[in-house]
Design a protein around this ligand. Structure first.
Ligand code: GLV
Length: 329
């Protein structure tokens, strides 16, 4: 029987599914250190990960490893050049999380714009003793301009929701989306700089790559309106968190909503000192239905990628399909 490592705690019934095909080594505890991950992968044919860093060193320590299934749509934790060099297949879990993640983007954006978390903390601290006309004034979403940076599947799901709020949609992406999608979403393509100047609410939904590192830093924040909000549901590292904390402290932008952080689960300490930011622990896809769908899709990819189950050899979401069928190097 082939051997796999499930590197993270996941739904026990998904572990049971995997046990029908493989001998399963399940890490149901804390995140594995790089050394521990290498040790546990040394005799494995496959792995199910969720954000664990898999680079050339890990692959070298795991000479039998042929498939790594990430339980996430983003796979910046995979060094794909190393995967390709070693003929290791990487897979991810796109699509099943689009709507939940878009919902959450709206939740964060609205919480930031209408100061929900900030006012709740104030209320819990016992400060509320009268209604006041200027208490926690925020900025409107209805009728405003939404700026989406990263118009992939989740960006489009976000933009679709904007129609119910009578918002104009402007977007920036590596390349323009098809004219039909632009017209369906009533979305106008802008340069990043023009988008930042025009949008009332900016949401980041782009993948993290070397090129997207600090897409939003001090210079970009300086272009935004003082009444604008910034929401990051993409990846830590896309925003320069130190520059953002400073902009929030100085009210150079009104508020932010952040679900992801550079170096998470650690946060830049300055973010914890500014009240006008809503902070959540990387939960944009976290509904029961969606997380189950992601876990099962990761399992489908691993099972099929390792040549088992009804789709043997044809995993649904290969990132580098060219390596399928090639011998491990
Ligand atoms: C979550 O962050 C994902 O990439 O799916």
């Amino acid at each position: 029987m082939q051997k796999i490592l499930v590197a993270r705690s996941i739904f026990p019934d998904v572990i049971e599914r995997l046990k029908q095909h493989f001998e399963v080594d399940w890490n149901d505890g804390d995140v594995l250190s790089a050394d521990e991950l290498k040790r546990r992968l040394a005799d494995k044919d496959g792995a199910l990960t969720a954000g664990d860093m898999i680079g050339a060193d890990v692959l070298a320590a795991a000479p039998r490893l042929r498939v790594v299934a990430n339980m996430a749509v983003g796979y910046n934790n995979f060094d794909m050049a190393a995967f390709n060099a070693a003929n290791v297949l990487g897979t991810n879990t796109p699509d099943v999380l689009n709507e939940s993640t878009a919902d959450f983007g709206w939740a964060l954006m609205m919480a930031a714009a209408r100061r929900i978390a900030e006012s709740e903390h104030w209320l819990r601290a016992g400060h509320w003793n009268k209604w006041s006309y200027d208490g926690f004034l925020g900025s409107d979403l209805y009728g405003s301009t939404l700026g989406v940076i990263g118009m992939g599947r989740i960006g489009q799901a976000l933009a679709r929701r904007a129609q119910g709020f009578n918002m104009r949609v402007v977007y920036h992406n590596r390349s323009r989306v098809a004219p039909q999608i632009e017209s369906e979403l009533n979305a106008e393509y802008l340069s990043k700089e023009d988008l930042l100047r025009r949008a009332d609410h900016v949401v980041l939904v782009l993948p993290y790559t070397k090129e997207s590192h600090h897409t939003i830093g001090a210079a970009e924040l300086a272009l935004m309106k003082p009444t604008a909000t910034l929401t990051n549901i993409a990846r830590g590292g896309i925003v320069d968190d130190a520059a953002l904390a400073e902009a929030l402290r100085d009210k150079r932008i009104a508020a932010a909503g952040l679900d992801v952080f550079e170096g998470e689960p650690k946060l830049h300490p300055a973010l914890l000192t500014v009240p006008n930011v809503v902070l959540t622990p990387h939960i944009a896809s976290a509904t029961e239905t969606t997380r189950r769908a992601m876990a099962n899709l990761a399992a489908d990819n691993l099972i099929a990628g390792l040549g088992a189950g009804p789709r043997a050899g044809q995993p649904p979401n290969p990132i580098n399909p060219d390596v399928i069928g090639k011998a491990r190097t």
